[in-house]
Write a protein that binds this ligand. Structure first.
Ligand code: MRU
Length: 361
């Protein structure tokens, strides 16, 4: 029996982000602004270029943003002219503050920055070059960890994916939102590797079309059947019984299980409840923010009006129209069936379950 019925033989996911070369090398990212028509790589060699890449979504998706920030800090360390540890730490604190202004919602960005700053604090007796090198190694380790975490999320999540089932996803929480394997799409990759037939409906995801440009691209590349719909078709797809459930990713999960994800996720979750469908949220531990008691405290990024009035270069709204463009929304925990983490599936009550997985060493 062919155990790879729905995944392309020999399929290897793209490397969203990697380090190329030695300490003098570059951070290579897939430039996601030109997908799917072009697979272009960008070599990032300084902090400002990394900030811009995160800001304009050349690299995007919560886990990938975190790894990018870690490399961004290394690039700042490499440029630092500090002769003392104190000066080095001041330089890096400034770089961390600068990176923190790029995108506010994904907690992974702050998680990665904190991790690097904790590393720097632990190396106060080391020579500056060796601190910088430890930072680079730590960022590279984040890639390996991310791959393990995503595969583990996939392994737990595949248990929810019956053979011949069809799922809806929103935005892109796939390989291109992480180092390689994705969170919300990882269960589909593993179910497909196990020989199960899976089919995914991808919401196009207005206004930046991550569903159309990235999810459809990466599932097609893997050989997993994908059907693209506009966001406004999700209700019809559910009403017609075309999907058995929803799996999405998240940028930040509050302690009570409320979660932020790409704008439109809230609508999908409310619809799913109406149509009696489960909503699973793939969430690495690095996306849980136990410091926020509820989702109302999650900072929501607002983006430029031109993303709506001039999407992809063509004016589609009258001059000077007032625009509101939040990039994320918060879905209350009551709409979530379960979280899929690398440490297992968490069902309600989420407050307890999330605290327990977060506390594990
Ligand atoms: O604005 P984006 O493209 O960075 O938004 C990405 C998402 O909303 C993802 O669903 C989320 O970051 C999870 S990625 C594993």
């Amino acid at each position: 029996m062919n155990h790879n019925q729905t995944i392309n033989p020999g399929f290897q996911p793209l490397k969203t982000i990697e380090w190329v070369g030695d300490a003098a090398g570059v951070c290579r990212i897939v430039d996601q602004t030109v997908l799917p028509v072009e697979l272009r790589y960008l070599d990032v060699a300084d902090l400002a270029t990394m900030w811009e890449a995160i800001k304009v979504l050349r690299i995007r998706g919560a886990p990938a943003i975190g790894i990018a920030a870690a490399f961004g800090l290394y690039l700042a360390a490499r440029k630092s002219t500090a002769l003392t540890y104190t000066q080095f730490r001041t330089d890096l604190a400034a770089a961390a503050d600068y990176l923190s202004t790029s995108r506010p919602t994904a907690v992974n960005l702050f998680w990665a920055i904190d991790r690097i700053q904790t590393l720097i604090a632990s190396l106060s007796d080391a020579p500056i070059e060796s601190i910088a090198e430890q930072m680079r190694l730590c960022a590279m380790q984040m890639i390996d960890e991310d791959n393990r975490v995503c595969r583990a999320i996939g392994l737990h999540g595949q248990e929810l994916i019956a053979n011949d089932s069809t799922w809806l996803t929103h935005c892109n929480a796939g390989g291109l939102a992480t180092a390689q394997w994705g969170t919300a799409l990882a269960p589909f990759y593993i179910a497909a590797e196990l020989g199960r037939k899976v089919h995914v409906f991808a919401d196009e995801t207005r206004p930046l079309l991550q569903g159309a440009r990235i999810t459809a691209f990466e599932l097609q590349r893997a050989g997993i059947p994908v059907t693209l719909i506009t966001d406004s078709m999700a209700a019809t797809v559910m009403a017609q019984g075309r999907v058995q459930g929803v799996i999405v990713g998240t940028d930040r999960v509050a302690a009570n299980g409320d979660f932020a994800n790409k704008i439109g996720t809230l609508g999908v979750a409310v619809l799913a409840k109406e149509f009696g469908l489960p909503v699973y949220v793939a969430a690495p531990i690095s996306s849980i923010d136990p410091t926020l008691s509820h989702g109302g405290l999650i900072p929501i990024e607002e983006r430029h009006s031109r993303e709506i009035t001039h999407g992809f270069g063509r004016q589609t709204a009258p001059d000077y129209v007032s625009v509101y463009n939040p990039a994320f929304d918060v879905t209350p925990a009551k709409y979530v069936t379960a979280f899929i983490t690398e440490r297992g599936i968490i069902r309600p009550p989420f407050h307890k379950g999330l605290a327990a997985v977060f506390a594990q060493p």
